[in-house]
Design a binder for this molecule. Structure first.
Ligand SMILES: *Cc1c(COP(=O)(O)O)cnc(C)c1O
Length: 429
């Protein structure tokens, strides 16, 4: 069906279009398997000669409809849901890299992704090479060689909140012959559509703003369909016969959707990090209100950041790309819808770890949780939780000030959020 809907309409109605007399809301196909009349029909599915569902580990109608919605939101040719954001990141790279290959990652990725890439994937024989935004173009180019398979970055990095410089990094990666994979979790496709800035593959932790209610862990990979996998023979797994599918050649048989088809029919089949239909249903409920929520998150977060700026007596530094004097402000204006920078604000309290803990313990509306990016305001101090074992000196080396607080602004009335902060700051003096 050819439609030309705007993003907010796709959020509400995309993916599932009911026919006459069908359920108004997305149906949950809670079934592991699917019935066929003849073995011949099923055999065609196994040969990838025809479309259809075989087994829920590989695909499921409820999941497919949510995948369609997300692909439409991002402007991609296809998408695949995964059981978590971590699974999406792993499969996005592993789909085009094998033992002996390498890839380039930005230094500011989410901690879980950094660990996956630098520690766990290394054990699979795949080496991640780290680029920082203060390196020169030549220094970054020198990280690539003929075994490099992709370049991986985050639109708005968690938690440093650096905004990915598409106009700088995309041409570098493409000139080196590799695609750009972007983790678009913090921006969501409402605030940024990475494909329109030249990225080739997008991944999400749907656990965050997409679900938005902290109900279900999940991830997604979206294929932009733009990368030429056949160009210089760098991706034989896509451009040469797959023995596990009777010699299917993904680029020949599936054209622009080669990458996402392989990710599903080969890696999801073998690794099995599948979302449940009920999880896809819950994710879809979140997606229906994503456009409204992310605007409110952004609006509230800007007001919170401005308030924190007005408290130099106790707040040392504030990072939020929406602030006019923030180092990321220019790029936020360029790549994010109306410069809206989503809901996470980072700041540093004077008095280090001790004051940061006092502040957090005194909050009443904002909850201390290991989460970000849902409807309820929440807060995390890496020094006293995720990085607890490190001394202050080791923390600084890891780029984390002891008084650093990651504050995820919810969609409550911002006056209540700010007065909660104001009261809690009194405990710090
Ligand atoms: C949380 C997060 C992930 C990991 O996602 P899970 O759903 O927790 O597995 C990846 N990238 C970013 C930017 C995240 O914030």
């Amino acid at each position: 069906m050819k439609r030309n809907w705007n993003s907010s309409t796709i959020c509400v109605q995309g993916g599932y279009i009911p026919g006459n007399g069908e359920t108004r809301t997305l149906p949950i196909y809670q079934s592991t398997t699917f019935k066929y009349d003849t073995s011949e029909e099923l055999a065609k599915l196994f040969d990838l000669a025809e479309d259809g569902h075989i087994y829920t580990r590989i695909s499921n109608p409820t999941c497919s409809m949510v995948e369609k919605k997300i692909a439409e939101l991002e402007g991609g040719v296809g998408a695949m849901l995964t059981s978590s954001g971590q699974a999406a990141s792993l499969i996005s790279v592993f789909n085009i890299a094998s033992a002996g290959d390498n890839f380039v990652m930005m230094s500011n990725l989410y901690g879980g992704t950094t660990n996956l890439f630098l520690v766990t994937m290394k054990r699979m024989g795949i080496e991640a090479r780290v680029a920082t935004s203060d390196m020169s173009d030549d220094e970054i180019c020198s990280l690539f060689d003929e075994r490099t398979r992709c370049f991986f970055g985050e639109t708005i990095a968690n938690p440093s909140l650096e905004v990915f410089d598409f106009d700088r990094f995309v041409p570098i990666a493409h000139s080196m012959g590799v695609p750009v994979i972007i983790d678009n979790t913090f921006a969501t496709p409402v605030l940024c559509r990475p494909f329109s800035f030249g990225a080739d593959i997008v991944v999400h932790s749907t656990t965050k703003y997409m679900d938005g209610h902290a109900t279900v862990v999940g991830g997604c990979i979206v294929d932009g369909g733009s990368f030429d996998w056949e160009k210089d023979g760098r991706y034989p797994e896509l451009s040469e016969p797959d023995e596990s599918y009777h010699g299917v050649v993904y680029t020949k048989n599936f054209g622009k959707a080669a990458y996402i088809t392989k990710a599903r029919t080969q890696l999801m089949r073998d690794l099995g990090s599948t979302p449940q239909p009920i999880s896809a249903f819950l994710l879809n409920l979140g997606l229906e209100t994503l456009d409204v929520r992310i605007r409110r998150h952004s609006e509230n977060a800007l007001k919170v950041a401005e308030y924190l700026k007005s408290r130099p007596d106790i707040i040392e530094t504030v990072s939020y790309p929406g602030l006019a004097d923030d180092s990321e402000h220019e790029r936020a204006g360029k790549y994010l819808l109306d410069g809206m920078a989503s809901g996470v604000v980072s700041f540093c309290i004077k008095g280090g770890r001790e004051n940061a803990m006092k502040f957090m313990d005194s909050l009443k509306l904002a909850a201390i949780v290991t989460h970000v990016a849902d409807a309820r305001t929440c807060v995390l101090n890496p020094a006293s939780t995720t990085h607890r074992q490190l001394s202050d000196e080791m923390l600084r080396k890891a780029g984390i000030e002891p008084g650093f607080v990651r504050f995820s602004v919810g969609i409550e009335d911002v006056r209540d959020i700010i007065s909660d902060i104001e009261e809690a700051l009194k405990a710090c003096r």
